[in-house]
Design a protein around this ligand. Structure first.
Ligand code: COA
Length: 378
């Protein structure tokens, strides 16, 4: 009989062979298709990066223009999706709204021609184009406003900020937001990507794949951490409270949100870039009092937990950046989903390329041949 070793959380267990992204958790390296994240953050746009992830190579000028054009063309939502959203409770979490809308797209485009490149391209375009519109529409609708139509003259990042605030964003703020999208676009086999791969491996439609991934990203141990970071900084309230707060949490063996990572044992390179972006934003648009609390917390956590490899992860500074851009706290995770959709779609395509349905095994710890006890005797 084969003896299997059980690894909780599949830690260290390869579940695929992938050429999409690479992480060196000891050196703090992240590459998309071999290109260091720092290069992409300074030189690329989100749609160019998405193209690179999904179609393996940087696009030519013409390929990029075609892709951008298609995305612009498909940004609008069907009125039936908007009507469906109107029935959602305003108090519902925007991630639940996004998951429902992503799944609902499958009702309109359900043909599963997964071996037809035209169908695959159209699904990629529709999802990348419509997810930001869905997030912005839910935000306006829950405030009782009508959603605004996307603006064709604005780029991907600027258009999202416009749809959210109904004001044309400052170009510097839009660029910072765009870099945030690039940084969150892909990160090897995290929980939501794995969820997307498992769902893709059944050969279901791509809308179901993305809906499954959105549901997985929503959890507080994954994408939901950035919201909790802001709540934590608000609870701490002042620089003086940082160390008492940390000591109390550690005594109760509670997690410090925005710290620690299964793979990185040094500061997440994305956190380093996001911290720089936060500083640039504060310089231009004014300080945020929570930034001082955050940097003091980083110092204190490093002193107490650095020996365990616990350092800031991507979620620690992203919330401060989004807050300064005027994005409400409970939209941080949907914004993460807008960006990570690129990585999910890249893994969807890769999974289809050499598909075998996921069907792992288990180590059974239950009983055998147990008697059925009739209800009167229990
Ligand atoms: N705060 C305090 N201690 C932490 C910690 C945190 N955020 N993250 C990990 N640790 C400690 C654990 O208590 C454990 O200590 P021990 O070995 O003394 O018991 C050790 O570090 C290893 O933790 P483990 O739970 O095995 O790590 P993991 O790889 O399973 O978990 C995370 C990774 C991301 C889920 C975890 O670090 C976490 O919960 N972080 C907070 C949530 C977060 O920011 N998520 C966003 C991730 S991008």
């Amino acid at each position: 009989m084969t003896v299997y070793e059980y690894r909780a959380g599949l830690e260290g267990v390869p579940v695929t062979q992938s050429g999409i992204s690479f992480v060196d958790g000891q050196k703090g390296v992240l590459e998309y298709r071999g290109i260091p994240i720092q290069e992409l953050a300074t030189k690329s746009t989100f749609l160019e990066t998405a193209y690179l992830l999904i179609w393996k190579e940087l696009p030519t000028q013409e390929e990029l223009e075609d892709f951008e054009y298609e995305i612009r063309y498909h940004r609008r939502l069907k009125y039936r999706i908007r009507d469906m959203m109107k029935c959602f409770p305003e108090s519902g979490h925007p991630m639940d709204a996004l998951q429902a809308c992503a799944a609902a797209l499958g009702l309109f485009y359900s043909r599963r021609a997964l071996d037809d490149p035209t169908y695959v391209r159209a699904a990629v375009v529709r999802l990348l184009a419509k997810i930001p519109t869905m997030v912005a529409a839910f935000q306006l609708m829950r405030k009782g406003n009508d959603p605004v139509q996307p603006r064709d003259d604005l780029g991907y990042a600027a258009n999202f900020l416009y749809m959210l605030s109904e004001k044309e964003p400052d170009p510097f703020a839009a660029r910072i937001f765009e870099v945030g999208l690039i940084l969150h676009a892909e990160h090897t086999i995290n929980a939501s990507t794995f969820s997307a791969m498992v769902t893709a491996s059944t050969l279901t439609d791509p809308y179901a794949v993305i809906a499954a991934a959105v549901g997985t990203l929503a959890g507080p141990l994954h994408g939901g951490a950035s919201e909790e970071v802001i709540e934590m900084l608000e609870t701490i309230g002042s620089v003086e409270n940082v160390r008492p707060y940390l000591d109390d949490r550690l005594q109760r063996k509670a997690r410090i949100m925005g710290f620690g990572h299964r793979v990185y044992k040094v500061k997440d390179p994305r956190a380093t870039i996001l911290q720089q972006l936060a500083e640039q934003l504060f310089e231009k648009f004014g300080q945020d009092k929570y930034y001082d609390i955050a940097t003091e917390l980083e110092r204190a956590v490093e002193e107490k937990l650095g020996h365990k490899g616990i350092y800031p992860n991507v979620d620690f500074y992203s919330g401060l950046v989004y807050r300064k851009l005027g994005i409400p706290t409970d939209l941080f995770t949907p914004v993460f989903a807008i960006s990570r959709a690129a990585g999910w779609l890249a893994h969807w395509r890769e999974q289809l390329g050499e598909n075998r349905i996921f069907r792992p095994t288990q180590i059974y710890t239950g009983l055998h041949s147990s008697p059925y006890i009739s209800i009167d005797d229990r």
